[in-house]
Structures are given as C-alpha cells and as structure tokens.
Design a protein around this ligand. Structure first.
Ligand code: HEC
Ligand code: HEC
Ligand code: HEC
Length: 150
C-alpha cells in the first residue's frame, strides 16, 4: 500500500500546485512595475550635471545700525530737519531710508558715492515712499528732507 499512497500524494500535490498556479494566473490589466527607467534617468542626470565647484563661503557683510546721532556728526543739516519731521516721530530714521550705516558711514567710504552704495548706502525710489504716501512719485523724493522743501 505504500507505493500507491506515495503516488497518490504526488498526484494530489501536483494537482494542488496546478490549482494554485491557475489561481495566481497573472491579471493581464495589472500594469508592470517599471522600476528601472526612473533610476536610469536619475543616474544619467547625475552624470550630466557636474557637481557645483566648491565656493569659499562669502561672509555676508553685517550691516549694523549706527543711529541718527552718528550720521549727525557729519550731516547736521539733514539731521536737524529730520529730527523735527513726521518721519522722526514715526521712528523712520536715516538708516530706515538710507540703509544701515556700519559699512559706509566713514569719511573714506562716504566720499566715494559708488563705494558707499556698494557698502549699503541706499537711495529709495518712489515705490518705497508710496508705502506710506500713496500718491508719491519721483518728484516727491527731494522732499524727503524738509531742508530741501520749496
Ligand atoms: C565721517 C562723516 C560721515 C558720517 C558719519 C556719515 N556721512 Fe554720509 N557722507 C559724508 C560725506 C563726506 C559724504 C560725501 C558727500 C557730501 O559731502 O555730502 C557723504 C554722503 C552721504 C550721502 C550721499 C550724498 C550724495 O548725494 O552724494 C548720503 C545719503 C549719506 N551720506 C548718508 C549718511 C547716513 C545715513 C549716515 C549715517 C548712517 C552718514 N551718511 C554718516 C560723511 C559722513
Ligand atoms: C524718508 C526717507 C529718508 C530719511 C528718513 C532720511 N533721508 Fe536722506 N535722503 C532721502 C532721499 C529720498 C534723498 C534724495 C533726495 C533727492 O533726491 O534730492 C536723500 C538725500 C540725502 C543726502 C544727500 C544730500 C541731500 O541733502 O539731499 C544726505 C546727505 C542724506 N540724505 C542724509 C540723511 C541723514 C543724515 C538722515 C537722518 C538724519 C536722512 N538722510 C534721513 C531719504 C531720506
Ligand atoms: C513708514 C512710513 C513712511 C515712509 C516709508 C515715508 N514716509 Fe514720509 N511721512 C510719514 C509720516 C508718518 C509723516 C508725517 C505725516 C504727518 O505728520 O501728517 C510723513 C511726512 C512726510 C512729508 C511731510 C513733511 C514732514 O516731514 O512731515 C514728506 C515731504 C514726506 N513724508 C516725504 C517722504 C518721502 C520722499 C519718502 C520716501 C523717500 C517718505 N516720505 C517715506 C511716513 C512715511
């Protein structure tokens, strides 16, 4: 009885395997996973794009506020008109319009207007004034300092 039993077991096993296979027949509308394509594209991209050359970290100049009193030492006329103005009352000071002065407010730099601008000296445009004076245009700029008002 042993041999037939083994044979029937094998037959049964084979049948189970066949049933199992037929149950796991591939579903034709299941999309194939395409994993290869993206990784190839990424690799190609890496090869085509050279790594950026290492650049020495450029220390951004820290431009600190000196306060209007510092500007006053050389710009008394502008200071005296500003200190009585609506801008002073609203704490819009020299550096609020001209930029923080630590890098430009020395005689050596200030004498050279282009250099002073590179060091942070700003001349605002009418857009800036228009934040508070909606009708401001370029003709308004010279009035920023009351001593120049006509
Ligand atoms: C050490 C003196 C000194 C200090 C301090 C100084 N300035 Fe000046 N500044 C000058 C000189 C000199 C010029 C060159 C033009 C001139 O003679 O007015 C100048 C030019 C300028 C100009 C441009 C004028 C133009 O149209 O050519 C502006 C704006 C200005 N300074 C703003 C400031 C502000 C704001 C401060 C304070 C943060 C300041 N300065 C501090 C000496 C100084
Ligand atoms: C509301 C913004 C504003 C403030 C505040 C301000 N400025 Fe000005 N400043 C200007 C503008 C705009 C000009 C250019 C004027 C022009 O086009 O004629 C100017 C011009 C100047 C000039 C060139 C010479 C002149 O008189 O036009 C100097 C110097 C100057 N400012 C210094 C100062 C100092 C010092 C302070 C603070 C005491 C100050 N500014 C505050 C906007 C401002
Ligand atoms: C953060 C807001 C603000 C900005 C930006 C500003 N101003 Fe003013 N300005 C004021 C205030 C507040 C007054 C005072 C108004 C009042 O007293 O009725 C004033 C007043 C003035 C006056 C009247 C005279 C005076 O000083 O009281 C003039 C002219 C003027 N600003 C010009 C300018 C110009 C030019 C700019 C641009 C370079 C400018 N303002 C940018 C707020 C601002």
């Amino acid at each position: 009885m042993r041999i037939p039993t083994l044979a029937s077991l094998l037959v049964a096993t084979a049948t189970l395997l066949l049933v199992g296979c037929s149950q796991e027949a591939p579903k034709l509308n299941t999309p194939r996973k395409e994993e290869a394509a993206p990784s190839v594209a990424v690799r190609a991209g890496n090869e085509l794009t050279p790594a950026p050359a290492p650049t020495a970290p450029r220390a951004a100049p820290v431009r600190e506020k000196l306060g209007a009193g510092q500007c006053r030492t050389c710009h008394r006329i502008q200071y005296d008109s500003w200190v009585k103005s609506g801008h002073a009352r609203k704490a819009l000071d020299c550096e609020g319009c001209h930029g923080n002065g630590s890098e430009y407010a020395t005689l050596e730099v200030m004498k050279d207007l282009a250099r002073a601008k590179r060091a942070g000296l700003i001349f605002q445009t009418a857009d800036f004034c228009a934040k508070c004076h909606p009708t401001a245009d370029d003709s308004y700029l010279p009035k920023a300092h009351a001593h120049k008002k006509r």
